[in-house]
Design a binder for this molecule. Structure first.
Ligand SMILES: [Zn+2]
Length: 59
């Protein structure tokens, strides 16, 4: 039986900023947009399966 937990990790898309820079080619000006990946929180919840962690350890 899987023992799922969640932990918060820094969003790899915006590096924890909560927003991302819009490519200049698209908007022709300096512009930032909310990061959709983390919902501009700067961190995301990641599921951690503790059983899998345990199995990885050498016995
Ligand atoms: Zn993000």
């Amino acid at each position: 039986m899987a023992n799922l937990k969640t932990r918060k990790v820094i969003c790899s898309v915006c590096n924890g900023n909560g927003f991302v820079r819009v490519p200049y080619e698209q908007v022709r000006e300096e512009q930032w947009a909310d990061c959709d990946f983390c919902n501009n929180q700067g961190e995301i919840e990641e599921e951690v399966d503790e059983d899998v962690d345990r199995q990885r350890k050498p016995s």
